[in-house]
Design a protein around this ligand. Structure first.
Ligand code: ADP
Ligand code: MG
Length: 359
């Protein structure tokens, strides 16, 4: 019955194009809905308080690979990466709902392990599991996490408040989760070629940990509170710095300049990138899943954050027509790639990180 209809491939649109396409005909008008689609989380108003809600899906062989991800880490990561979206609103996560679809190949012990990770993350982030849904699956495992958080109205930070002249800052370091994935993929290949080989992860514990068991930067939200700092815009780095810069610039209508020599890159990330013949800067700009917070601050806040070891000032906001540029170590200006992941397409088969294809 669909034979004569013209069709468009979803790949042509990309993830964000698809979301725009599907959601453009939906409007919001309820007084409780403060912000709908388009940010890290939706914002609702409940008797004067703001509630933020975000939902994320994790699919076997797209977001995680059972060959090298212990179920306990998968459970932990599903929760921490969902809570990261709540942190990106400068809110405090409070509850989660977890839905799972599992095939009969999983034993009770396996699902128990998944839930041990979920529980560990709930304890770590002080959130309560309040519900979910359970179904069977004929393909791989699928996990959906809805995270709910709260904040005072004046504390909420969206992607849209950055102003020209604001400082651009990022927490922690970048590119580690991506390099961890490269190591795990390499060792998986070695194992598939020779089942007697044991994975060699020696000296790679930091980056492998960044990939398998990332943390949400709740501590940075606490730090903002402590220092009396209110970011003007914020997003979490799930798809790669470059991609997140595009989101902030689009929503805030600004341009951005980033200094290559200010990008925070851990030594292990740096050394592993070199080992893989990748430019460490490219990994920091485009590697995904670091779950750090990227935010802008009015210049007047500089004194409050200048001594924070875990925050790097990596650039500043400009007028929108100035574009999004990286100022290289040699002083050249390089325009950022639209979604920042093109550089990886040629060199890596696993595109589940930092890319704009549907995953
Ligand atoms: P994040 O990477 O922070 O999880 P996404 O890029 O997945 O954010 O989503 C961007 C925005 O689009 C969010 O507001 C999200 O709720 C919304 N969104 C994503 N997919 C859908 C969908 N299928 N239907 C409606 N809204 C969606
Ligand atoms: Mg997000």
């Amino acid at each position: 019955m669909f034979e004569n209809k013209e069709t468009t491939s979803i790949d042509q649109l990309g993830e964000f194009g698809l979301i725009d396409h599907l959601t453009q005909r939906f409007t919001i008008s309820k007084p409780e809905t403060v912000l709908g689609i388009g940010d890290d989380a939706a914002i609702l108003e409940i008797s004067g308080k703001r509630q933020v809600i975000s939902t994320d899906m994790f699919i076997e062989n797209i977001h995680f690979d059972m060959m090298y991800s212990p179920l306990v880490h998968i459970g932990y990561k599903c929760i921490s990466s969902s809570i990261s979206d709540i942190c990106a609103m400068n809110a405090r996560a409070s509850q989660v709902m977890v839905s799972i679809a599992i095939s009969s190949k999983y034993t009770l012990q396996a699902v128990d392990e998944l839930y041990a990770g979920i529980q560990a993350a709930c304890e770590k982030y002080d959130v309560e599991l309040i519900g979910g849904d359970t179904s069977s699956s004929v393909i791989g495992m699928c996990i959906n996490v809805t995270a709910i958080g709260y904040a005072d109205a004046q504390k909420i930070v969206t992607r849209s408040g950055a102003k020209e002249g604001d400082l651009l800052c990022v927490s922690g370091d970048l590119g580690g989760a991506y390099m961890g994935l490269q190591i795990l993929e390499r060792e998986k290949q070695v194992f598939l070629d020779n089942k007697n080989m044991k994975p060699d992860l020696e000296g790679k514990d930091y980056i492998v940990g960044r990939q398998l068991r990332p943390e949400a930067r709740k501590d940075i939200v606490d730090l903002f509170q402590e220092l009396g700092v209110q970011p003007s815009s914020m997003i979490d780095v799930s798809d790669g710095l470059s991609s997140e810069v595009f989101h902030l610039c689009k929503h805030s209508n600004v341009g951005m300049k980033i200094y290559e020599d200010k990008l925070p890159i851990d030594q292990q990330t740096y050394d592993t990138a070199i080992e893989f013949e990748l430019a460490p800067t490219t990994c920091a700009m485009n590697g995904g899943e670091d779950y750090e917070l990227l935010f802008t601050l009015p210049q007047a806040s500089y004194d409050k954050i200048k001594n924070s070891m875990d925050i790097s000032i990596i650039g500043y906001c400009t007028a929108p027509h100035e574009g999004k540029e990286l100022i290289t170590k040699s002083g050249n200006m390089v325009a950022l790639e639209a979604q920042g992941w093109e550089n990886f397409v040629e060199t890596n088969t696993n595109k589940s990180l930092g890319d704009d294809s549907i995953h």
